[in-house]
Design a protein around this ligand. Structure first.
Ligand code: CP3
Length: 353
């Protein structure tokens, strides 16, 4: 079995006993850190940073130098997969991610080659291997990908969207075409995640940022079904240890029971669900990850500590909780406020174990 100095993240994912609640933070490497902004400037662009394994490794490790995080997350982006499929990803200032060639016809979807995702993403695999080496067994490395539905929203809309009008029209008017696209994305993501495990990822998270935009029935049909397909295809053991999978559907709180049945080891919660209630609903089946409102990091350190205390006490005693935000940390946050959150978890959570 692979030796790790700190394995409380992997232990909590399996609901095994831990000395304190493990934590990491979605988007923990990012623009709220001055050292990230400096490395990004050196890289010249966000994609320049993602495609340079040394710099991607550097920014992955930056938050670990500051904070007592119990896991590292690969520095990359969910949209590298559609980029590898030929859509031409770019980031325009103030607008977020865009595609040069968004999908606009059934013929374009038919022409997508799911195998390309893995073959074009060597730079990600080089980053995974390098990060694993540089972590030197300190904490586990999380690999990740976007859910097929979330990737499809960007691929069809051409970028971020408020109402998902185009992608939903496709889903509702041409369901067979939508299913063809989602099936291809599930294949790409499964191969891509398996490759990350082969190169050293020790846990995996599927980000389903926009699953919560769907109705109950449409969520099952267009999002959950394909995450389940991916999980079925993943290697669940590497280096003599389970490779746990976390599924995070933002806005998925009302569907926890069905999500907990998709084969994942853990379910990520956004901040709109009470974690104690979530535990009562599904906590005997899966580990729960979350779920502080990221905007609370704008509040005073005292208020942040009180919120951490509230979340820990709501979950209650025992393992099966990974502390995290309910979504990614945003650019304007004061790094000292992140420290207040981390210190509160480290100091207050041993009482629950
Ligand atoms: O968690 C981590 O630290 C790992 C790195 C990571 C990034 N993006 C880096 C990034 C991860 C896991 C992601 C996932 C991601 N990317 C998601 C799913 C999670 C979520 O937040 O909902 C989504 C929807 C994307 C797509 C994406 N990438 C958007 C919408 C943006 C623009 C957002 C913004 O704040 O401008 C990105 C760019 C991006 N990805 C940045 C980072 C650090 C900022 C780019 C920069 O440095 O200019």
């Amino acid at each position: 079995m692979v030796s790790l100095e700190n394995d409380r993240f992997l232990r909590a994912l399996m609901c095994e006993p831990v000395d304190r609640t493990p934590l990491w933070m979605m988007r923990q490497a990012g623009r709220y850190l001055p050292e990230y902004r400096a490395t990004r400037a050196e890289a010249g662009s966000f994609m320049g940073l993602c495609t340079n394994p040394e710099l991607a490794c550097e920014v992955t490790l930056q938050p670990l130098r500051r904070y007592a995080m119990d896991a590292a997350i690969l520095f990359s982006d969910i949209l590298t997969v559609p980029d590898a499929l030929g859509l031409g990803l770019y980031f325009s200032e103030g607008e977020g991610p865009r595609f040069e060639r968004p999908l606009s016809s059934a013929a374009e979807i038919d022409a997508l080659d799911p195998e390309r995702a893995a073959s074009e993403l060597d730079y990600v695999m080089d980053a995974v291997a390098l990060i694993r080496k540089e972590l030197k067994g300190s904490v586990p490395l999380i690999g990740f990908a976007g859910s097929p539905w979330t990737l499809a929203t960007y691929m069809v809309e051409g970028g971020s969207s408020k109402d998902f009008a185009k992608v939903k029209s496709l889903a509702f008017n041409e369901p067979a075409v939508m299913h063809q696209l989602l099936g291809k994305l599930a294949k790409s993501v499964a191969v891509y995640l398996a490759e990350q495990v082969r190169c050293g990822a020790q846990a995996l998270q599927i980000f389903d940022t926009w699953g919560g935009s769907l109705s109950h029935a449409a969520y099952r049909e267009f999002s959950l079904r394909y995450m389940t397909e991916i999980i079925e295809q993943l290697p669940r053991e590497a280096e003599g240890r389970r490779v746990p999978v976390i599924v995070f559907t933002k806005g998925g709180g009302q569907w926890l029971e069905t999500i907990a049945d998709c084969g994942a080891d853990a379910v990520g919660l956004d901040w709109t669900t009470d974690i104690g209630e979530a535990r009562a609903r599904v906590g005997d089946r899966v580990c729960l990850q979350g779920n502080m409102d990221p905007t609370l990091l704008n509040a005073s350190p005292e208020r942040i500590r009180a919120e951490v205390d509230q979340i820990l006490s709501s979950f209650g005693a025992g393992s099966g909780h990974i502390f995290n935000l309910g979504h990614g940390v945003t650019p304007g946050i004061d790094p000292d406020h992140v420290a207040a959150m981390v210190d509160a978890v480290v100091e207050l959570s041993p009482a629950y174990h």
